[in-house]
Design a protein. Structure first.
Lengths: 608, 481
């Protein structure tokens, strides 16, 4: 990833993070504000509920007291206490309840027997002891209690009043359904209010007009928690609709204590989160848009800025790459006076120093090469010069001491001199050859054929002195022709084969392998000799370096020179004790060369 | 002085004579006037042969138009009606009824063939033939001890079907106007074989309640009305004339079964559960409170005052035993709630059904009462989705065997029970038949209740038999000529 890209990315991330942080803060503040409003709305509704509850309670008290104090009820109580037939009064409660708009009314005898029941007329004769079993005076206020009806238990706001007679008191238990309180409420938009009725036995249920909007199964854990803790509990509940924002509600559950301090019901106030979630979603969307616009603008601005900032750095990087590739004559132009400008000056100074150093090095290497060449020449020439000197001295000595044998000595010495002179010519020729390496005449060459030809040539040497070197030809039959000079390549191949034979004085296996790799043909020659050390491998292609007792050290240098002239590569790999393998990579013959290549194709039998 | 005294004595005597004459005139039957009757139920057809939701109300009206061969008085004695005489064979299996000369309202003469065609549609396999023009011969496969009492039931009234789908009878009144379920008007039959009835007409208003009529002050002095027992208390303190029958109507809990008129495919309630419910019901509470002491707790199908043996049937509340039976049943089956249907239009039945539900709850049983529009006919019961129905069945006859046979038929019990009841010559035999009927708790008697009739002060000689049947032969109303 380029510096420019990194800078761009960094800028984009910074802008996004900044915008995101701002959006988060706005959303958080909005959320908090909503919660505050929601709490206030809920508190208002609960307060309204309590007012309505108290008002309805007062109304129930008034109704029951009106019945209890009515002349007809007093007369009925007196008649009953005087032993009147209770059957006559079985429908009494219904008419009183209808007159006072009470949903529930029981006329109860002093022994707790129900004389008449408005809501469950058939229940006459059964006992209703719950208020008589509780010690203490009768409650004066209205209270919540579940009332048994033919259809089940119903939550009621009840009032209990005695109807005193001369003897024991009769009782009136009257009340209304809590639904009336809920119906009287006018919750603000988005608020839902319902009451969970929690009877002592059996399953509870929701009351109120908003019960349809509250799924009992989903609010039940909240209700149960409230019943257990007997204190207000709030919870965010997903009502399970299609759209999340339509169905999430904060539900406040407030326990409503009834007769005997028992929690008879739970007031549920559900506040829809639709508005809040919609606004939060809008804020989020706006934040995303702002972030996107900010990122785009940031990218453009920072793109321009980073382009200006990174151009000298990029030029420096490109110059460094050039330097790395050997081109030291490169300079970075920077008019800036900042750190980057100073860096560019330092770079230019560094390359100048490098060039100076290189020139010095070349100079010293040239001197060293000449010295090495001189040393080699001296060494190579000294060897044949010494026999020449000895032979000439022998001739002089024979002429002076044994003239009679001079002729014979002369003949022998002349032969020796000619041989040594020939040797000198050979040495000089080699040096001459190395210095005059001809430019390759490229043409289509079949490497496989060349390998077979060279191996055929060296058949005799492979089986000398009782040692046996087994040639192993692993030639790629599909190997395409390469582009090369057949004479020079043959010389390369012969040099490498000779080296391999020299490396296996005790015999072994000579492997010759050809293959294709990409757009190049590979030719490998491997021996099973003792191998080379890493240092030897590194210096192997250095001119005049040899590991052999006899050798000019020019063979592999010539190989490298020829391969290099063919735009190829030569490499060596070796493992001590296992042998050495030379690998020559040559470019394949291209079709553009084919037209001329047809005539110049290398033929082993004919061209060599 | 003397003269003036004599004058005052003479004037006083004249005034006294006048008052006596007026009093005599007020208590003596007179012709004319229209009696107006309020019926609680709505009747759709006057034909006694058709099935109606409210057969008792239908029979009250039909008795004015259609006559039976015999009739029964308030002591249960049989009297000739269309049949002037009858003779059984020694085995009381073959009966001969000799018809009097009577005329249908269309002017045709009553013949034995007319009577035979009606009587031959019985359930008991009787072979009914016309011996001659005036003799009807009934040949029953088994003895029928009280055939004359049997034929006094309205279901055996002689009806003549006319070609235009009209029906005609021989009764003291002719049908003048018929609005099904709304209103019926009858005029006196001037050619009635027993002599013209006193009123010129009798009008029935169906589906009316006395309370509404009283509130609207639409009642004429010559009015009568069926009265629900729940309305009794409101009228007790007033000076109204209320006629009460004996506790004759049977309130009974009938468990429906496919073979006895229940809905096909509906699973019957387990016998242990039925017995548990029977033990749980507080019959005394129902008769004393709901029926305002105008009813008696029932343990048998026929009332004690009629048979004398009802006390032998166990009918008291035993909640412990009910709970035991319920637990026993719960160990073997899953006890489902019992859907109990009652007559939607009967507030007393509603309260009684709810009371049964309350009592059942004490025994651990769930009874769900609900109102149904049609539960009184067997065909209607076959289509309702209830496990049991609470019925009020009037006592069909003052003869126990006839009443039991009729009840068995109404309740959809086995025909053998009816036949056995008709053949029962001794109370022991009848007790045995009734015991069989009650053995499996498919029929659970709840109470016997009275029928109440409100009569305004302008109505006279309105006779109500102990079983609630009206005898209006001697009815006359004030305000007539």
């Amino acid at each position: 990833m380029s510096l420019k890209t990194k800078l761009l990315l960094l800028t984009a991330i910074s802008i996004s993070a900044s915008v995101g942080a701002v959006a988060f803060l706005i959303e958080d503040r909005a959320h908090e504000a909503f919660r505050t409003v929601e709490h206030e709305r809920t508190a208002g509704l609960v307060s309204q509920f309590r007012r309505e509850f108290d008002h309805e309670g007062d109304d129930v008290i008034h109704s029951v007291e009106t019945i209890a104090n009515s002349e007809s009820m007093l007369r009925a109580a007196i008649e009953l206490s005087n032993g009147a037939d209770v059957a006559r009064f079985v429908n009494e409660a219904q008419s009183y309840a209808a007159a006072q708009r009470l949903d529930f009314l029981d006329l109860v005898a002093p022994d707790s027997t129900i004389i008449s029941s408005a809501h469950w007329p058939a229940r006459f004769g059964y006992k209703q002891r719950w208020f008589l079993d509780r010690p203490g005076p009768l409650p004066q206020q209205a209270f919540l209690k579940h009332v048994e009806t033919p259809t089940g238990s119903e939550l009621a706001l009840l009032c209990l009043r005695p109807v005193p007679t001369q003897g024991a008191s009769y009782y009136l238990v009257g009340g209304r359904k809590l639904d009336a309180v809920l119906q009287a409420l006018s919750p603000p938009q988005g608020l839902r209010v319902a009451v969970y009725s929690a009877p002592e036995q059996g399953q509870g249920g929701l009351l109120g007009p908003a019960r349809e909007g509250l799924d009992l199964n989903r609010v039940m854990p909240l209700v149960q928690k409230t019943l257990d803790q007997r204190s207000e509990v709030s919870m965010t509940i997903d009502m399970g609709g299609k759209l999340l924002e339509e169905d999430q509600q904060i539900v406040h559950a407030i326990p409503l204590k009834g007769y005997g301090d028992r929690v008879s019901a739970v007031l549920l106030v559900g506040n829809s989160l639709q508005q809040e979630l919609t606004l939060e979603k809008r804020i989020r969307n706006i934040s995303l848009v702002i972030a996107a616009v900010g990122v785009i603008i940031g990218v453009i601005v920072s793109g321009v800025m980073t382009a200006r900032l990174s151009r000298p750095i990029r030029e420096l990087a490109e110059a460094a790459t050039e330097v790395g590739q050997g081109n030291w004559n490169v300079r970075v132009e920077s008019g800036a006076k900042d750190e980057i400008g100073r860096l560019a000056s330092a770079f230019n100074q560094m390359t100048g120093e490098l060039i100076t150093q290189r020139e010095r090095l070349v100079q010293s290497e040239r001197v060293a090469a000449w010295r090495e060449l001189a040393r080699r020449l001296a060494h190579e020439l000294k060897n044949p010069l010494f026999p020449l000197q000895i032979t000439v001295e022998n001739l002089v000595r024979a002429r002076e001491n044994t003239p009679e044998q001079f002729d014979e000595v002369f003949r022998e010495s002349a032969a020796t001199l000619l041989a040594e002179i020939t040797n000198l010519k050979t040495i000089i020729g080699r040096f001459s050859d190395f210095s005059k390496m001809p430019a390759p005449q490229l043409q289509r060459v079949d490497l496989n054929e060349m390998v077979r030809s060279v191996v055929q040539l060296f058949q005799g040497q492979l089986k000398r002195d009782g040692t046996k070197i087994e040639p192993d030809l692993q030639l790629d039959a599909q190997l395409p022709p390469v582009s090369g000079d057949p004479t020079l390549l043959r010389r390369v191949m012969e040099n490498l084969v000779l080296n391999a034979i020299d490396a296996m004085p005790n015999g072994g296996r000579l492997t010759l392998r050809t293959r294709t790799e990409g757009k190049a043909a590979i030719f490998e020659i491997g021996d099973t000799g003792k191998g080379l050390t890493r240092e030897e491998c590194d210096r192997l292609f250095t001119p005049y370096y040899t590991t052999k007792q006899h050798g000019t050290g020019l063979g592999l240098a010539i190989v490298q020179s020829v391969v290099s002239d063919h735009h190829g590569r030569v490499s060596v790999s070796s493992k001590q004790g296992q042998g050495t393998t030379f690998s020559v990579e040559l470019p394949l013959f291209s079709s553009s060369e084919d037209s001329s290549g047809e005539r110049n194709e290398f033929r082993v039998g004919a061209g060599s | 002085m003397k003269r003036s005294r004599l004058q005052s004595v003479a004037a006083s005597s004249l005034l006294l004579l006048g008052l006596c004459a007026a009093a005599e005139a007020g208590s003596r039957p007179r012709y004319g006037g229209t009696a107006r009757v309020l019926l609680h139920d709505r009747v759709n057809s006057l034909d006694p042969a058709t099935e109606d939701d409210h057969p008792a109300s239908r029979d009250r009206m039909a008795a004015l138009v259609f006559e039976t061969l015999t009739s029964v008085d308030r002591q249960g004695r049989v009297h000739p009606r269309l049949a002037s005489a009858w003779t059984p064979d020694a085995a009381r299996r073959v009966w001969r009824f000799y018809l009097r000369l009577a005329t249908f309202h269309d002017g045709s003469q009553l013949t034995a063939a007319d009577a035979a065609s009606v009587l031959s549609k019985n359930q008991y396999g009787w072979k009914v033939t016309a011996g001659d023009r005036q003799t009807v011969v009934i040949e029953a496969p088994a003895p029928v001890v009280h055939m004359p009492e049997m034929l006094a039931q309205p279901r055996f009234a002689v009806v003549k079907h006319l070609p235009d789908n009209a029906i005609a009878g021989t009764g003291p009144y002719k049908l003048r106007e018929w609005q099904p379920a709304e209103r019926a008007a009858f005029t006196a039959n001037e050619d009635y074989w027993g002599g013209r009835p006193y009123p010129d007409a009798i009008e029935f208003q169906m589906g009316a309640t006395l309370r509404d009529e009283l509130l609207q002050r639409q009642l004429s002095p010559a009015s009568a009305a069926e009265l629900g027992l729940d309305q009794m208390r409101a009228l007790d303190t007033s000076n109204q004339s209320i006629a009460l029958s004996s506790a004759s109507d049977l309130m009974v809990l009938l468990f429906l079964q496919p073979e006895s008129g229940g809905k096909p495919g509906r699973k019957p309630v387990d016998p242990r559960v039925r017995e548990a419910l029977s033990k749980a019901i507080n019959r005394a509470a129902i008769s004393n409170v709901i029926l305002q002491k105008h009813g008696l707790a029932a343990s048998g199908l026929l009332p004690q005052w009629l048979t004398g043996y009802e006390f032998l049937f166990p009918g008291g509340t035993n909640l412990d035993r009910a709970r035991e039976l319920r637990a026993e049943a719960a160990g073997l089956i899953i006890i489902s709630p019992i859907a109990l249907a009652y007559d939607f239009s009967d507030p007393v039945a509603k309260l009684a059904a709810e009371r049964i539900a309350v009592d059942a709850r004490e025994a651990g049983l769930t009874v769900q009462p609900y109102g149904e529009s049609h539960i009184n006919s067997r065909n209607a019961r076959a289509s309702i989705n209830a496990d049991a129905v609470l019925l009020r069945i009037p006592l069909a006859s003052l003869e126990p065997s006839v009443a039991l046979a009729s009840l068995a038929e109404d309740l959809g019990l086995s025909l053998d029970l009816s036949v056995a009841a008709l053949g029962a010559a001794r109370p022991e035999d009848l007790f045995e038949v009734e015991s069989k009927a009650l053995a499996d708790f498919r029929v659970v008697p709840v109470s016997h209740s009275s029928q109440a009739l409100w009569l305004n002060n302008g109505v006279h000689n309105w006779v109500q038999l102990p079983n609630g049947v009206w005898d209006l032969d001697q009815l006359w109303v004030e305000g007539a000529r």
